[in-house]
Write a new protein. Structure first.
Length: 251
């Protein structure tokens, strides 16, 4: 616990921010700077990595060789997510960062962590992205033992990584059985603090704070990392505006 507070919280002073707070804050900053997103269906909102400085629109450091930069993506999906949504989300982050031709890790986070059917429905879609060369490795965010075992038995491409939600104060979220399962299948385990139980909750916050209605089909978080120095260069989110909002705007 002491190591975690010293090494992690010291480097990331805004670590206690939730995803909802980060997205709302970043969009507020973007609008305040005079950026008009009214004609964009897909909107990127970025913020600093190791500091709280806003990095929206900033180019990656030119002195870092491209082979040392990796793009990690977490895709939050729900029961209404379609295959086209998944493809559009991944294409959007690659289009926003053309210097990074491939997503090194794509983690999928389903809204209902115990819903095996939802995970088994979405997994073949990201397998196709891996087979097409857009994604290198696939991973799971906060899976449950009862969902990961059926996935491994039915998938073509095994997950290479698992993200587990972790806090200093509460370690009960870490499932020892899941860690044993990951060790058995040689799956890499990391921790995260990106807790988001429902996309509808984020949508409600955006609507209340900024008057924006996002699609509840997906939310994408990306991190750009210097893999050699283990430094976070940039992070951000990509959201999609609701089609209902677009229709009202046209009217």
């Amino acid at each position: 616990k002491q190591w975690y507070q010293r090494r992690v919280r010291g480097a990331y002073p805004d670590l206690k921010k939730t995803i909802i707070e980060e997205v709302v804050s970043s969009l507020s900053t973007r609008f305040a700077s005079g950026c008009d997103c009214s004609e964009e269906r897909i909107t990127e909102v970025s913020e600093g990595g190791a500091t709280t400085e806003d990095t929206s629109g900033r180019e990656l450091p030119p002195d870092i060789p491209p082979e040392n930069i990796s793009l990690h993506v977490k895709l939050f999906v729900s029961a209404v997510t379609t295959k086209e949504d998944v493809e559009r989300a991944v294409d959007s982050v690659l289009r926003q960062h053309p210097s990074l031709p491939v997503v090194e890790y794509l983690f999928i986070s389903v809204a209902d962590k115990t819903n095996t059917d939802l995970l088994l429905k979405c997994w073949p879609w990201i397998e196709e992205l891996a087979e097409s060369g857009k994604v290198k490795f696939l991973g799971l965010s906060d899976p449950r033992c009862q969902t990961i075992q059926p996935l491994i038995e039915n998938c073509k491409i095994w997950p290479r990584g698992i993200q587990l939600f972790f806090t200093c104060e509460h370690t009960a979220h870490t499932c020892m059985d899941l860690l044993k399962l990951a060790n058995y299948y040689k799956i890499r385990v990391t921790i995260h603090r990106d807790e988001l139980s429902d996309l509808a909750e984020l949508n409600s916050a955006l609507l209340a704070e900024l008057g924006i209605q996002m699609s509840e089909s997906w939310l994408l978080k990306y991190s750009i990392v210097d893999r050699k120095r283990k430094v976070l260069l940039k992070k951000g989110y990509i959201i999609e505006e609701s089609t209902d909002t677009l229709k009202k705007s046209e009217e």
